[in-house]
Design a binder for this molecule. Structure first.
Ligand code: KG4
Ligand code: ZN
Length: 345
């Protein structure tokens, strides 16, 4: 089965072709980061308009690189939510129109389901059940993943997401948007131990997180010290160390509470070098295997949506999904734990 994946939930247009026999055949991405950078964040209307401009050429490019044609596609998977309503509508309407025109099914995918299944694009892949740490720009959650569509929320942030905390702190340090990768690069020049920031909710006794206080702590530091390049790097490192320690400790607690031995780290913050290094070290000692998506599949992409669509369609092959789409909705707000095995939305 050949599935076309379409991701347009935020500021990246991602397209991919996934074949259930041959795996990922091709994928293409256009990032709008440069466009939004001058506004210091994503401008939703500009995002939607840019998706409209990019989506069809990217679909053509993806088909061309895989040496496939439109009429070889068996199903379409598009991101249905959560995300920006206007941006989601572009992918949902193109996906649904293609479904209708080609007389093939279309399936709306939860963006975070795409992220948490993304390590299945690599080998070795985790096997169900596993714990997933979802750390993106909008979400920070620990989930128990029992099988496709069976996700149990173990804990989540009570305020800012980890990526959001990286982005807001990066802004305070005078870095561009989104600032996670830039902050992490700056932290490489930092001296460990000069500043120590709090580890929010480390001993809260549950698996929830809170990151909004960290940016205030960073603000206090930047007000107190002259912003020399070295001081900014030292603050960046102190911030990163705090966030990384909390993410690691809570993930290990989730594993011991669920008695599972596999951890999947997904979402943009999963690209963080220090998180990867420290987590792998600690997990190894605890007999835990950590699975990361390839770096290019950590941030938003079409491949994870095509994969999630293919897995769902395979699992639900004999239900109403075999019909082409005649109508569609997007779900800008959508709780992952509401997903079920049977495609009933
Ligand atoms: O998953 P993603 O691409 O988009 C959402 O679905 O939100 O995640 C984007 C987030 C941004 O907040 C970005 O700053 C962060 O991931 N990010 C990083 C790194 N690369 C991206 N944060 C920390 N370190 C990185 N290397
Ligand atoms: Zn994402």
């Amino acid at each position: 089965m050949l599935v076309l994946g379409i991701e347009t939930s935020c500021d990246e247009t991602g397209i991919a072709l996934f074949d259930t026999q041959e795996g990922l055949l091709s994928h293409a991405l256009h990032s709008q980061i440069a466009m939004h950078n001058e506004y210091g964040g994503v401008v939703p209307e500009l995002a939607s308009r840019d998706h409209i401009r990019r989506i069809l050429p990217l679909i053509q490019q993806t088909l061309f690189s895989a040496n496939r044609s439109l009429n070889q596609i068996n199903a379409i998977a598009y991101t249905q939510g959560p995300g920006l309503a206007g941006a989601l509508l572009v992918g949902a309407s193109v996906g649904s129109a293609l479904s209708y025109a080609l007389n093939i099914p279309a399936i709306g995918i939860h963006h975070l389901e795409g992220h948490l299944l993304s390590p299945l694009l690599s080998t070795p892949a985790p096997t169900f059940p596993f714990v997933a740490l979802l750390v993106s720009g909008g979400h920070t959650q620990l989930m128990r993943v029992n099988s496709i569509g069976q996700y149990e929320l173990l804990g989540e942030t009570v305020d800012d997401a980890a990526g959001e905390a990286f982005d807001k702190t990066a802004k305070l340090l005078g870095l561009g948007y989104p600032g996670g990768a830039a902050l992490s690069k700056l932290a490489q020049q930092g001296q460990s131990g000069r500043f120590k920031l709090p580890r929010p909710m480390l001993n809260s006794g549950n698996l929830n997180f809170s990151f909004s206080g960290l940016k205030t702590a960073v603000l206090t530091l930047t007000n107190k010290h002259q912003s020399t390049p070295q001081t900014l790097a030292d603050i960046a490192l102190a911030f990163q160390e705090a966030i990384v320690e909390v993410l690691i400790e809570k993930s290990l607690s989730a594993l011991s509470q669920t008695n599972l031995k596999q951890l999947v780290v997904a979402g943009g913050v999963g690209a963080n070098d220090q998180l990867r290094k420290k987590l792998s070290l600690k997990a190894n000692k605890a007999g835990i295997t950590v699975f990361y998506p390839e770096l290019e599949f950590c941030t938003d992409n079409g491949a994870m949506i095509a994969l999630a669509g293919a897995l769902r369609l395979q699992a639900e092959h004999n239900n109403k999904l075999s019909q082409p789409t005649r109508s569609f909705t997007v779900r800008p707000r959508w709780n992952l734990a509401e997903l079920t095995f049977t495609h009933d939305r």
